[in-house]
Design a protein around this ligand. Structure first.
Ligand code: SF4
Length: 413
């Protein structure tokens, strides 16, 4: 590995099921492009994956599959600039997280939008266990009553306590949320209730993310716009550490410029996601890809074959822009507007082009699955390099913070 002064890139992907074409177009393709010019470190983030419900027995298989899939998509750890490893194989990630926890204000974490969203999901799960009537009453109160004052919360408290078994936790979370000035009682209630269903690890997720990046002193992070808030926190932590301990150990990492395409799911409504079951896996067999595309949502106003369509609102057409040639996509655009082509034919063409693009990826994945040693060797080598880089950073961190055996030995000399 050439350790010369190339800007270092860090990014990670969760081992949480199929890698889909949204991951491929939105992240992995960009990673592959970056390898040429940068020292690129990519990580399968299993420590992040365990912050929500998961099956421990299945995690090694998912970790292997995620590594094989990104390698099949073109990430080549044997190339000079590319390192691929599994997060939990380098224990310094979790150690640095703890050290960063000691300088990260609680309020900074309460501001994180992603935590609020995930907490709300946890709240939804709690409410989903309740009877339909109780659930809809509380949701109605949360949404529609004048929840503008602490008195309003007090008025709701008996119902909340009746619905959520860990009433003390609700109070704690609620108070913390309100004390941190979340801006509205509505948000306070949602976060406060959600906290009782979310783990501390989920709450601390952005600090682990900062540790992932800063452990390798990466200056560039290829992530979507939705991660900008976490990256801002990463810069806050780096700046606070450097200032507090009077050493410039960490860079202020920036998002890699340029828009990562946001790939919508086959429902045409939400971002493509395995959990929403609106995805096309990069390793889905051709027949399944075709089946999924044939069922996909299109322009809702194109009800009959003779109705002119609006490709600009149709997700099938958006996908044509990624998988079909520009000339073919233009031709289909025109055909749709003139009702010269039906949705069935348009989808069949897309399915053919998607399958043609995914064919070499499937072949490479099949090869890697038949030769798991190739994947394991690449991950082991990646982890070995990362442990060396991480040890250099941790030495400086320990020295700056006055912890670790070296600092004590120095004192005793
Ligand atoms: S013809 Fe194609 S682009 Fe037009 S609405 Fe149907 S699927 Fe969408």
């Amino acid at each position: 590995m050439n350790e010369a002064k190339k800007a270092r890139v860090f990014s990670g992907i969760q081992p949480s099921g199929d890698i889909h074409i949204g991951n491929y177009l939105g992240a992995i393709k960009k990673w592959v492009d970056l390898i040429e010019e940068h020292d690129s470190i990519f990580c399968i983030v299993d420590d992040h994956a365990i912050t929500v419900e998961y099956e421990a027995k299945k995690l090694p298989e998912r970790t292997f599959e995620a590594a094989a899939a990104v390698m099949a998509c073109g990430l080549d750890p044997s190339s000079d600039n590319c390192t691929l490893f599994v997060q939990s194989h380098v224990s310094a990630h979790t150690e640095l997280t703890w050290l960063f926890n000691t300088i990260t204000p609680l309020g900074s974490l309460f501001r994180m939008t992603q935590f609020k969203e995930k907490s709300r999901n946890a709240l939804a799960k709690i409410l989903a266990k309740e009877s339909g009537e109780a659930r809809s009453t509380v949701l109605h109160e949360l949404k529609n009553t004048g929840l503008q004052t602490a008195e309003a919360i007090e008025a709701l408290r008996p119902r909340i306590e009746a619905l959520v078994p860990e009433a003390d936790e609700v109070d704690e979370g609620l108070l913390a949320a309100l004390n941190d000035g979340l801006g509205s009682v509505m948000q306070g209630l949602q976060v406060g209730l959600g906290v009782s269903g979310a783990s501390t690890g989920l709450f601390d997720y952005p600090v682990l993310q900062a540790a992932d990046i800063l452990l390798y002193r990466a200056s560039l992070v290829p992530v979507g716009e939705d991660q900008e808030q976490h990256l801002e926190l990463c810069r806050e932590i780096a700046g606070r550490f450097n200032k507090k301990f009077k050493k410039r150990i960490f860079p202020l990492a920036q998002r890699v410029p340029g828009e990562a395409p946001r790939i919508m799911g086959l429902d045409g409504k939400q971002k493509m996601s395995k959990s929403l079951n609106n995805h096309i896996g990069v390793l889905d067999p051709p027949k399944l890809v075709e089946k999924k595309i044939m069922r996909a949502f299109t322009d809702p106003q194109r009800v009959r074959r003779e109705d002119p369509g609006r490709p600009e609102v149709c997700n099938i057409h958006r996908l044509h822009r990624f998988f079909s040639s520009p000339a073919q996509a233009d031709e289909l655009d025109e055909g749709c507007r003139q009702a010269a082509i039906g949705c069935g034919d348009c989808k069949k063409i897309l399915a053919g082009n998607v399958n043609a693009a995914l064919g070499p990826i499937r072949e490479r994945a099949d090869y890697l699955k038949a030769h798991p040693g190739d994947v394991i060797d690449a991950l082991d080598q990646g982890a070995a390099r990362c442990r060396t880089l991480a040890a250099q950073t941790m030495d400086e961190v320990h020295e700056a913070m006055g912890i670790g055996s070296k600092a004590l030995h120095r004192f005793c000399k």
